[in-house]
Design a protein around this ligand. Structure first.
Ligand code: ACO
Length: 373
């Protein structure tokens, strides 16, 4: 076996230890600190899951209430962040806006001995929607967002800032599930980027910036946006079937399918599919679900590939009237909880992450002075 097939993309390599989540030895399930994702999605709130990831245990009612209040209080935006957000181009990608916002916050509220990493994690969890929607509304209507919102759930806060009205209760419940499903996934690329940055003893916000930049790509979190662009191409399920078959013949990658660690199915996907089905019924959609389901069928028949979490998330977000460019930012608002837990874990037992490389460059050469070349 050549060195390339051994570890291309670090596939199959255990790059460290974690007690935060596992996809199981067989790679068929997903558990956060021992709890099955199916149970959490069905019964828990996103805030409960954040607490679990950050503080290693499920909160009781009192602790959850305090945690939610702390998050609500930490939503405010410093004036200097607002000024910088005003100066970002209106056509920036919202992922770049979030990355910049986190970076600016790292200047305004730098990590010190006084603000411990749990406080920074909570501040970031709370402020991300404020950053996103301050920029979003300022450049669309010139109006400032009101961050002092009563709703103390992240799903409700996000939807209220987006639509400028209290969140629809059903949409809030579905977004809550989606945030839980996106919250954590062991050594995925963005989390690994955060851990690499943390392993150099860099600051918390730098690690989060690295993670946001890594999540943005369409092979990772950006796949939910790319999926929507794919779905928009087809008017009917038959058109979708033909289009996907043609694309596969041309060896194109179909966004929202396949996964590095799951080989048979993504356990999060059926939960999100059910949410998309519910929304399809309640909104009277007769287009997106049939197109999506036909693509799923063709991908299974032709390639034995299954939809990953991003595929039906795209359908669900669209049916909740969330703009495509905000799909991956939703992922950020959720995954911040997992990144934070990993940064804290990495720091607790730190070892610089610095692998070797197989050298494939030229043999040794003698240097030729510039005047002799
Ligand atoms: N469409 C078409 N073919 C695919 C797809 C796909 N979405 N995914 C995998 N394959 C094929 C590859 O072409 C390859 O075929 P080959 O062996 O004939 O060359 C084989 O399946 C293995 O795929 P790799 O790309 O080598 O698998 P890898 O583990 O490196 O990649 C990845 C995983 C990046 C997720 C890949 O499946 C992909 O590109 N999917 C589309 C992007 C996507 O949806 N990303 C979201 C990931 S989930 C998340 O971030 C929540």
């Amino acid at each position: 076996m050549s060195h390339k097939s051994l570890n291309a993309g670090l596939a199959g390599i255990n790059a460290g230890e974690t007690s935060i989540s596992t996809v199981g030895k067989e790679g068929v399930g997903l558990r956060y600190r021992g709890y099955a994702i199916e149970d959490l999605a069905q019964h828990a709130s996103f805030e409960e899951v954040c607490f679990l990831l950050l503080y290693k245990t499920l909160p009781d009612k009192g602790k959850l209430c305090e945690f939610r209040e702390r998050l609500r209080e930490k939503r405010y935006l410093p004036t200097d962040i607002k000024t910088i957000l005003q100066h970002l181009p209106a056509n920036s990608h919202p992922m770049d806006v979030l990355r910049t916002g986190v970076s600016v916050l790292g200047c305004l509220e730098p990590e010190t001995y006084n603000n411990n990493q749990n406080e920074i994690s909570e501040r970031l969890l709370a402020i991300l929607p404020s950053i996103l929607f301050y920029w979003y509304h300022y450049h669309r209507s010139g109006k400032e967002v009101i961050t002092d919102v009563k709703d103390n759930s992240l799903a409700g806060y996000f939807l209220q800032l987006l639509h400028n009205e209290p969140a629809d209760i059903n949409h809030k419940a579905i977004l809550n599930k989606s945030l839980i499903l996106y919250a954590e996934h062991e050594f995925n690329a963005s989390t690994f980027a955060a851990r690499v940055t943390a392993s150099t003893l860099s600051d918390f916000n730098s690690a989060v910036c690295a993670a946001i930049g890594t999540l943005r790509g369409p092979l990772h979190g950006g796949a939910n946006e790319a999926t929507m662009e794919l779905l928009e191409k087809f008017q009917t399920p038959d058109e979708a079937e033909k289009g996907i078959k043609d694309a596969l013949e041309k060896k194109q990658v179909i966004m929202g399918f396949g996964h590095r660690v799951y080989k048979k199915n993504d356990p999060r996907s059926p939960i999100m599919k059910q949410c998309a089905q519910t929304l399809s019924m309640t909104t009277g959609d007769s287009h997106y679900m049939p197109v999506a389901e036909n693509i799923e069928k063709v991908m299974w028949d032709k390639k034995k590939l299954f939809p990953n979490l991003d595929f039906y998330s795209a359908v669900a977000y669209h049916l909740m009237n969330i703009q495509v460019a905000l799909f991956t930012p939703v992922f950020v608002c959720s995954r911040l909880s997992g990144w934070a837990a990993h940064i804290i874990e990495q720091r607790k037992n730190n070892k610089l992450i610095r692998p070797n490389a197989y050298y494939i460059g030229p043999d040794p050469k003698n240097y030729i002075p510039i005047e002799d070349r």
